[in-house]
Design a protein around this ligand. Structure first.
Ligand code: ZN
Length: 385
């Protein structure tokens, strides 16, 4: 409303001045930011302001330590569980030092773990220029508390090769402010979660390597195991802090991450999307044997890792027979069983039928555009149900 009187204008002026003061003070209060002050979407966490990672724990008073048993997972259990998943974690000196939990103003909380959080380091460096462990130094020592003390900026770190570093196993800063989830009060997730930083460009760029994805999934599985939590407790940083902080990490949908983690926990191997990670990957549990192909999952209209394996083997075999593969399958290995794959199947099948009587019999008695067990074995694959 605009009031045209002198006194009205003064009143408006004072209100604006008070508002400006309030707004100024709110910049230093991470819990209550005005909508207009939300930061622009940020690439990730590493090198960002420590206060953003701290949330309300930035200046929190150390609570009195109670005699209750601390429900936080034990360090030995976490390390043992990582190894059970076949990881060979690098234990960074200080990973078990209670001083870092104290530096983070989180000592004596006696809070349980309620979630596991996935992060991109978000260094804004293209994947091909990232050093193997680009962000590790900052995660270990670059994050400082309001008192200038070092706070470990996460629990685990996965480098570009998929090596796992144990950064810290107590409570620490990685989540910052965010929404209430799983019964955890808003902005308090640092006291209730562990998180992994995965080395990457950030900013929504899907540049994680298969080794990184598998390693991060195993780390998540191990942490959830020791905390007795289901896979639905795995969250992206953006799922918690997207609204309040504009976080965009990780670049992958949480449903996709949960499928990866569930596959690890059930003993399977997560399948990556054929053709790279640019599109939402198709997730399925596939055999770890790279030659194994499920006939039921490699048929016209299907998509996934088994189709990609079939296409790779079929193309190689057809080439050996002298078939001009490019003519029939210009798109290459796509993981999608479409018309090109049907055609290359038929052409390869026909070439075998021309060469031998047994294959001629098969040619005359079975569908010609779809793989059959004999064809899968002929091109070097292992047939599984
Ligand atoms: Zn993050």
């Amino acid at each position: 409303m605009f009031i045209r009187t002198t006194s009205g204008s003064v009143a408006v002026f004072i209100t604006a001045a008070v508002m400006a003061m309030l707004t100024g003070s709110m910049i230093n209060a991470p819990v209550a930011r005005a909508e207009s002050e939300l930061p622009a979407a940020v690439a990730g966490d590493v090198g960002g302001p420590s206060q953003d990672l701290a949330g309300p724990y930035w200046t929190a008073q150390q609570p009195t330590i109670t005699t209750r048993t601390d429900p936080w997972p034990s360090q030995a259990a976490v390390v043992s569980r990582l190894r059970a998943y076949g990881l060979d974690p690098i234990l960074e000196p200080g990973y078990d030092d209670p001083v870092y939990e104290a530096n983070a103003n989180l000592t004596g909380q006696n809070t349980p773990m309620a979630a596991f959080m996935l992060h991109d380091t978000g260094t804004n460096v293209p994947a091909n220029q990232l050093l193997q462990a680009h962000s590790l130094p900052w995660i270990l020592t670059g994050n400082k508390s309001s008192a200038g003390k070092t706070v470990r900026a996460g629990h685990f770190y996965v480098d570009r090769l998929g090596l796992v570093y144990v950064v810290y196993l107590g409570r620490t800063w990685h989540a910052g402010v965010g929404d209430s989830m799983f019964g955890v009060p808003a902005d308090r997730m640092n006291g209730y979660s562990m998180g992994v930083e995965i080395e990457s460009h950030g900013g929504g760029v899907q540049d994680l390597t298969p080794a990184q994805i598998l390693a991060a999934s195993k780390v998540a599985a191990a942490a959830l195991d020791v905390a007795g939590l289901g896979t639905e407790r795995a969250i992206n940083h953006k799922d918690y802090a997207g609204r309040k902080q504009g976080k965009v990490d990780t670049a992958y949908d949480i449903g996709w991450w949960r499928a990866q983690i569930a596959a690890v926990r059930s003993g399977g191997v997560p399948a990556l999307a054929p053709g790279g990670l640019g599109s939402p990957p198709t997730v399925a549990v596939v055999s770890a044997d790279p030659k194994a192909v499920s006939l039921a999952a490699a048929k016209p209209g299907a998509a996934g890792a088994y189709v990609a394996r079939y296409q790779r083997a079929l193309r190689a075999y057809a080439r050996k027979l002298g078939i001009r593969v490019k003519t029939y399958n210009p798109s290459g290995i796509t993981g999608n069983f479409g018309s090109e794959t049907r055609l290359l199947t038929r052409v390869t099948f026909k070439a075998l039928a021309v060469r031998s009587r047994a294959w001629r019999v098969l040619w005359n008695t079975t569908p010609r555009n779809v793989p059959n067990p004999q064809l899968l074995r002929k091109i070097g694959l292992h047939v599984i149900p």
